[in-house]
Design a protein. Structure first.
Length: 95
């Protein structure tokens, strides 16, 4: 599964409609439909807004093997060392 399929699964898991997500992230609901049809990845700003709204790591949404129902959001035991390093760099930059 790609980014938009992961977003859709996470929304379903949390009981959030496409329309609600699109409204909260300030983009068109058609963006989700088109993303699923094209199996695309959105711009960085939209991807970050979605991950923030869903309260889930962007890495999880991009992960081809991520499943909201089986893994739960932000599962620490399934993160790679690269993910942890990336998060540390982000943390350092924020400080």
């Amino acid at each position: 599964m790609g980014f938009w399929h992961n977003v859709e699964n996470e929304c379903e898991y949390r009981g959030i409609s496409r329309k609600e997500l699109a409204s909260a992230a300030d983009f068109s609901v058609h963006t989700i439909s088109n993303g699923i049809k094209r199996n695309s990845i959105p711009s960085v700003d939209i991807a970050l807004r979605i991950s923030h709204i869903l309260n889930i790591d962007l890495e999880d949404l991009i992960d081809e093997n991520f499943s909201a129902q089986s893994e739960g959001s932000s599962s620490l035991q399934n993160r790679s060392p690269l993910s942890s390093s990336f998060q540390q760099v982000q943390k350092d930059e924020d400080e």
